[in-house]
Design a protein. Structure first.
Length: 182
């Protein structure tokens, strides 16, 4: 568990779809909520999302708080993108998801992406000239898109926070907490 500052009044938007990696959504959600943040899950559809463990085992369902087409870009103080190969592959081609992260990064809003989630940033043309990390299999994609891929636990490049995998969650959540109180 991370040692987060008081985040009362801070708003966190988690953008995901079905087959996200369970811990990469639930750990930031639970720890940021425990620190006082208002955390909401946004998805391409209403209802709930199916979580996975290791891309192969279905686990829990998570309630969707809002859809991408009704997303209020002015609401969040940070956007969190969990991984999971299928989740990331579906979101990377979603025009609304691309627009949400593009607007956020261009406006200076922190965006935190873990594991396979940086695929969305690659597809949206947002990694050129940025230093970031991800699940190692995305390194070539990041480099081909002009990014400087590094193998580090957490990388903060201006308002972009990235991590590699569930083992990095403590550092990832701490970096989100710091971004929310900067």
């Amino acid at each position: 568990m991370s040692d987060l500052p008081d985040l009362t009044g801070k708003r966190v938007a988690i953008v995901a779809t079905d087959h996200f990696e369970e811990s990469e959504l639930t750990t930031p959600r639970d720890e940021l909520e425990a620190a006082g943040a208002d955390v909401r899950v946004f998805a391409p559809h209403e209802g709930s999302l199916q979580a996975m463990q290791g891309d192969v085992e279905q686990t829990i369902s998570v309630r969707v708080d809002g859809t991408l087409d009704s997303f209020d870009q002015q609401w969040p103080d940070v956007i969190v993108l969990p991984g999971g190969t299928v989740n990331a592959d579906h979101l990377r081609t979603d025009q609304q998801a691309q627009g949400i992260v593009s607007t956020a990064l261009e406006s200076g809003l922190p965006v935190a992406a873990i594991c396979h989630a940086p695929w969305l940033l690659v597809s949206a043309g947002l990694v050129d000239g940025r230093r970031l990390t991800s699940f190692p299999s995305l390194a070539v994609d990041v480099r081909n898109a002009g990014g400087d891929w590094v193998d580090e636990t957490v990388v903060v490049d201006r308002n972009l926070i990235t991590s590699r995998n569930p083992d990095d969650l403590p550092a990832f959540v701490d970096a989100i907490g710091k971004a929310l109180t900067a």
